[in-house]
Design a protein around this ligand. Structure first.
Ligand code: ADP
Length: 233
């Protein structure tokens, strides 16, 4: 079942195109990694998928599906003065603001906390948690907002290797056991190839979209591994 269809999408800011000719389809249960050099437009594509940025041309068809979003760590206010429960339940409204939620929202939040094994931290202050615990809280928050899709922008940046491995395991389990669709922007091409079933590689235009196994044989992959993911000037 297709959840998102991107057709001939071009994206940018103030009349300046960042990336163009983006064509891909997301099906339920996919695990897609978006890779590309720094500045190629990965986060710009994320904004467009969330409906925060209108394409210059082309179309993004996602019906009314709700996407759970995990932003880059740098965009997160890590000293936010709220309890874990409050941060997680705020995913039900899409903003960390008011704390007036009904029973339904509190139950959704509890289920998401249990899934992330953080229900024991519910009353703890968010800002006192470790980096790995914070990431699980924010993942639970994203799950509250998700119908069947999680969109993650560089989720392992800044995490230590053990916490990174744990996060990858959690995502794999969500994908495998709950049929949760995962779309992840990643710099970590080795893990992308290990866990993702599909790769979307973007540059000034789309360089590859297809199965991870096919990606390895592609020219895009060869160029990318040679540049180490950094921009070729
Ligand atoms: P990536 O995530 O692949 O590193 P980005 O999507 O963040 O790349 O950025 C792509 C390009 O768009 C960069 O040149 C960046 O400077 C530019 N850009 C990003 N956000 C804005 C913005 N709000 N206004 C203008 N230019 C932007």
């Amino acid at each position: 079942m297709s959840q998102i269809i991107c057709k001939n999408v071009s994206l940018g800011y103030e009349g300046h195109i960042v990336t163009k000719n983006i064509n891909f389809e997301v099906n339920k249960g996919d695990y897609i990694c978006i890779v590309g050099e720094n500045g190629s437009g990965k986060s710009t594509l994320v904004k467009a998928l969330l409906g925060l940025l209108k394409p210059f041309s082309g179309s993004i068809d996602k019906g009314s599906i709700r996407i759970g979003y995990l932003p880059q760590q740098t965009e997160i206010q890590s000293d936010f003065p709220a309890s874990v429960r409050e941060v997680v339940v705020s995913g039900c409204s899409g903003s960390i603001s008011g704390f007036f939620y009904g029973k339904k929202e509190r139950n959704i939040a509890l289920n998401c906390m249990k899934k992330m094994r953080i229900d024991n931290l519910a009353t703890k202050s968010f800002r006192e948690l470790s980096g790995g615990q914070k990431q699980r809280v924010l993942l639970a928050r994203a799950l509250c907002a998700a119908d069947d899709i999680l969109l993650l922008d560089e989720p392992v940046t800044g995490l230590d290797p053990a916490v990174t491995t744990e996060l990858y395991k959690i995502l794999k389990k969500l994908n495998h056991d709950d049929d949760m669709t995962i779309i992840m922007v990643s710099h970590d091409i080795n893990s992308a190839l290990k866990y993702a079933t599909k790769i979307l590689h973007i540059g000034h235009s789309q360089l590859f979209f297809g199965d991870s196994s096919e990606y390895l044989k592609s020219d895009a992959a060869k160029l990318f591994s040679r540049s180490g993911g950094k921009k070729n000037e």
